[in-house]
Design a protein around this ligand. Sequence first.
Ligand code: GLN
Length: 309
Amino acid sequence: MTKLQEVLDEIALEAASATDRGAVAHYIPELAKVDPAHFGIAVALPDGQVLTAGNAETPFSIQSVSKVFTLSLALGKLGDSLWARVGREPSGNPFNSIVQLEQEKGRPRNPFINAGAIVIADLILSGHQPREAIGEIVRFIRYLADDDTILIDERVARSETAHGDRNASLAHFMRAFGSIDNPVDHVLGVYFHQCAIAMSCHQLARAGLYLASRGCNPLTGMQVVPVERARRINAIMLMCGHYDGSGEFAFRVGLPGKSGVGGGILAIAPGVASIGVWSPGLDTVGNSKLGTAALEQLTRRMEWSVFGA
Ligand code: GLN
């Protein structure tokens, strides 16, 4: 057995017996039903191998991890003109915060906080019906993972729509500043559906491989984004991917990463690996508690931190 497989097995064993697992997201009722006992991890390597441990094949709600993929898609459509609409600085605020938006006149700090991702959804939607934009996002993620079985969990999408007042406030507030072009309910429809995409750790690790491989997906040989863009997306993941926990994630794990309130994290070791990890219990800022601990162990033992061993 390789060292990597040994490390993954040990991490999964340790996670199985952890008692303090954090709390599942309650503000989306459908996510509150998920069993916090789950834990899965998958590591995709540039040669196409995928090593796994735990519940690595169980689909979960990717939530904000989707923001990496919609940013990649929107950059492909708009190029760098996208940056006129959204910044690329860490926010230092919770993912659903509204305070900075007023001071900064409706231009979100970065594409990974909710406000920024809602602007990205608006950009993808322009010129299409919501159904077409949602279809485009799902097709893009299937293409990245090279897996046509990836679906949207409609129950999660409905649950979030029914309890989406906070995101609706962000969207209306931004539309008042002219930051959103399309009708708010259409934009939110796209945003809630992208968050409700269900993927396993295995699928997530495969989908992220282009960011570990200079923008090229080694599974398909397709150049998904130019090499410079992959480097920049990684930079934004490192600085902004865990909201007001991004500094802590860099300190403990040392990799570009993007979390979601479903308990998933996509982490990238550039040139080395794409990692999908899932444990539904969250810490106080909404990032997977055991998922972060697992990545901390993995990078320490494999010496994968971008900051050195
Ligand atoms: N769909 C969630 C929301 O908008 C995504 C948040 C997250 O994963 N951090 O609140």
